[in-house]
Design a protein around this ligand. Structure first.
Ligand code: SAH
Length: 342
């Protein structure tokens, strides 16, 4: 068990069993959420307690094994080694509104999307809450930049690791910890309908991003196996319920794949299907993955698609691709490291 996965009241319980005064929970919680690497850094704790905790609850910070910084835009990509030897990646992006980290939620992924590097080796295991928190904390410590925004868009499907992700959100949101507002957090899903409903019931103020990538079942079935379990109409119905429950506009991600999902007919079909659902589209020219035959759309096709959506009343932005020179997308760095024989 790792103390950093616990809420402050849970931590207080553990300390109470050790006959520690109540204020210790807050002290320790604050230190842990600063990203300390050992209990000896907790200078306001008695030495005996520090030693006891170090023995019973080692901190196990992740180790940086690759750090790539884009020369173009300052994006930094970290490959971390976790305490069991598995690797995950985190990307730090510097936007005008604040420093944003894109974190992984699982080691690998079992969703099988045809264009994604993260899923090529399947799911190895889910991340614990502290392992998601550590990505934020140690990116902040390493870069020296204050992190204000988080996107759950790295390796893994967050809603396939639901309880741990919910706990991570509670931790990173806590005022005595990183205090990152839910409104500064986006959670991206490939479309696990029952979990979207469960998330809606929590009424969090985060932004739900849905990886749609297709206007209909014929196209979506081909690139996203999850669509066979939860076809597009069911997914969009869940999005409507989500909007009703939270009043939060859904953000749709749409990776533009040449001759697969980028025609004018596709854009018009999307408009018909989305009628009445407040939505925003992020158009992302596909990042080429070595193992995949799929190619990015041309710039002209992306612009035409965007225009059709906007003319139909749906806002659409073309996502600026950051870190194009450093494999900064979706499991590519971990994949490369594995292929080098690690
Ligand atoms: N599993 C979640 C979150 C992780 S993926 C989800 O599916 O949403 C984050 C986003 O990157 C998703 O929209 C995913 O579809 C997209 N993505 C994956 N591989 C990509 C690629 N090669 N090019 C562009 N976008 C990609």
């Amino acid at each position: 068990m790792n103390l950093k996965s616990l809420t402050q009241p849970e931590l207080a319980q553990i300390l109470k069993q050790r006959n520690q005064p109540a204020f210790r929970a807050k002290q320790i919680f604050t230190w842990l959420h600063k990203g300390v690497r050992g209990y000896d850094e907790m200078t306001n704790l008695p030495k005996g307690l520090r030693e006891e905790l170090a023995k019973d609850y080692p901190i196990c910070p992740p180790e940086v094994i690759r750090r790539q910084e884009s020369q173009r835009d300052g994006t930094v990509k970290y490959l971390w080694k976790l305490s069991d030897g598995n690797c995950v990646e985190t990307v730090l992006m510097r936007y005008h509104y604040g420093n944003t980290v894109c974190i992984s939620t699982e080691v690998g992924c079992r969703m099988g999307c045809a264009f994604c590097a993260s899923t090529l080796g399947g799911l190895v295991r889910r991340l614990e809450p502290f392992e998601m928190l550590d990505q934020v904390l140690f990116t902040q410590v390493d870069s020296g930049l204050p992190i204000s925004h988080i996107v759950l868009m790295g390796i893994g499907e967050p809603l396939d690791n639901f309880d741990n992700v919910m706990r991570f959100l509670e931790l990173v949101n806590s005022p005595e910890g990183m205090n990152i507002s839910m409104r500064h957090i986006s959670l991206s899903t490939c479309g696990l309908v029952p979990k979207i409903d469960e998330l809606a019931r929590r009424k969090l103020q985060l932004t739900l991003s849905v990886s749609l990538h297709a206007p209909n079942d014929a196209v979506r079935d081909r690139i996203m196996p999850v669509n066979k379990a939860y076809p597009i109409e069911e997914l969009l119905a869940a999005c409507r319920r989500y909007y009703q429950a939270t009043n939060r506009r859904i953000s749709f991600e749409y990776a533009m794949i040449r001759d697969a999902n980028d025609s004018q007919a596709d854009a018009k079909e999307l408009l018909r299907r989305l009628k009445g659902l407040p939505a925003h589209f992020n158009l992302i020219p596909l990042n080429h993955v070595e193992e995949s035959p799929l190619k990015p759309s041309t710039r002209a096709a992306v612009a035409a698609f965007q225009k059709t959506l906007e003319d139909g009343g749906v806002t659409a932005t073309v996502r600026r691709t950051l870190g194009g020179d450093i494999d900064a997308s979706c499991g590519q760095l971990r994949r490369k490291y594995q292929k080098e024989g690690n």
